[in-house]
Design a protein around this ligand. Structure first.
Ligand code: PMP
Length: 393
């Protein structure tokens, strides 16, 4: 049956990661593919207790509709998370959403007419590219180096394109590259956004997961005209299954996101918001994040050190200061999609890098996640992957 779908659906394909994740559910597969947190660190017992308490004490409220903006005690807790990344926000600046992914979709909905230009890092987060695609933009990829997006290139592009709506960036431990922006570039992008009248979508799920190096404030910290829209999430510092994230923006801008939220699903789950707020009030979230940092740092170092031993010298990779991913660049003639097939034969999975470039190319790259597998599996998986690479050299 050939139903008559909207043209926008032509642009949307199944996410390669989602497809891969289906395969990696097999227990024998060592998966570096998804961006999954370590499940053994989820506070299951605490959440069990909290769920009962919330229902005992505020049961009818927990099961009722709530305000679109979100549950106020949770929004208060979120202002504390914003302070941790150097942003002085009030409750009125916070909208609770269903994961930061929803904020990406809303950004497309709010800003993009078909044919408008969206700027992003090259490479950029696949989930954002797919969310924006529904609104039929033209993507221009801005070159990046080890200090983030190259500001001279950004300026040149802004000079030559007058229908840029926003620039989408992940300044801390970027997904997929693992790279972090310098302070200088964080300041400069705000100056350029002011000069060229565009918005900055700052997507920051990993900012609090720094394992080494010096703390740097979010880009939003340098915002002088209310142009930076910050997307945050509990997925990586807490649990992704609750599907809770937030938008932090100036009130006028936030109002647009509140309207989008109303049209989409009215509000985030009341009971989930109450549970998370209570965890933040009654338990030590800082200690929880500290624990994540120490476990992930160990796994990251182990993956990097094993790659140094097991990968051929021609293969390059990033050594991130935080976050969940390292980015691998193979010699030009090796195709990472072909390597992925060979690796899966050895029960090892990763995401080929090509799909992180909205305009294609770069097929000799791939992304590895180190947060989800045990240390033993990291070593074994990297050994197998090293062997698969050598077979293709
Ligand atoms: N942005 C980036 C850069 C991500 O890596 C992710 C998750 N992988 C998200 C947004 C979406 O996260 P969530 O919806 O769980 O908050």
């Amino acid at each position: 049956m050939g139903l008559n779908y909207a043209k926008r659906m032509d642009n949307i394909k199944a996410s390669e990661i989602r497809e891969l994740l289906k395969l990696t559910e097999k227990p024998e597969v060592i998966s570096f593919a998804g961006g999954l947190p370590a499940p053994e660190l989820f506070p299951v017992e605490e959440m069990k207790k909290i769920s009962v308490e919330v229902l005992d004490e505020q049961g009818t409220k927990a099961l009722q509709y709530g305000p679109t903006e979100g549950y106020k005690p949770l929004r208060e807790q979120i202002t504390k998370r914003m302070a941790k990344v150097g942003v002085d926000a009030k409750v009125e600046n916070i909208l609770v959403i269903s994961g930061s992914q929803q904020g990406l979709d809303f950004s497309g909905k709010i800003f993009v007419n078909p044919g408008d230009v969206v700027l992003c890092e090259s490479p950029s987060y696949l989930g954002a590219i797919n969310a924006f695609k529904a609104y039929e933009p033209k993507f221009i990829e801005v070159p990046t180096d080890e200090h983030g997006m190259v500001m001279e290139d950004l300026e040149e592009i802004l000079k030559n394109n007058d229908n840029v709506k926003f620039v989408y960036v992940i300044p801390d431990f970027q997904n997929p590259s693992g790279r972090t922006w310098s302070e200088e570039r964080r300041k400069r992008i705000v100056e350029l956004a002011n000069q060229y009248n565009i918005a900055i979508i700052e997507d920051n799920p990993y900012g609090e997961l720094r394992y080494e190096g010096e703390f740097l404030p979010a880009i939003k910290h340098y915002d002088t005209e209310g142009r930076v829209i910050f997307l945050g999430t509990f997925s990586k510092i807490f649990c992704p299954g609750l599907r809770l994230g937030w938008v932090c923006a100036e009130e006028g801008v936030l109002n647009k996101y509140i309207l989008a939220k109303q049209g989409s699903d009215l509000q985030a789950s009341t009971i989930s918001q109450m549970q998370v707020a209570r965890f933040m009030e009654d338990y030590d979230i800082e200690a929880h994040i500290e624990k994540l940092r120490s476990v992930y740092k160990k796994r990251k170092d182990l993956m990097i050190n094993t790659m140094k031993e097991e990968f051929p010298a021609e293969v390059k990779f990033t050594n991130p200061e935080g976050g969940l991913f390292t980015w691998v660049i193979l010699p030009e003639h090796i195709n990472a999609r072909e390597l992925a097939v060979k690796a899966l034969e050895k029960n090892v999975a990763f995401v080929p890098g090509g799909s992180f470039f909205p305009n294609g190319g770069n097929e000799n790259t791939f992304r590895l996640n180190y947060s989800n597998m045990s240390e033993e599996k990291i070593v074994e998986g990297i050994k197998r992957l090293g062997k698969a690479i050598k077979d293709m050299m």
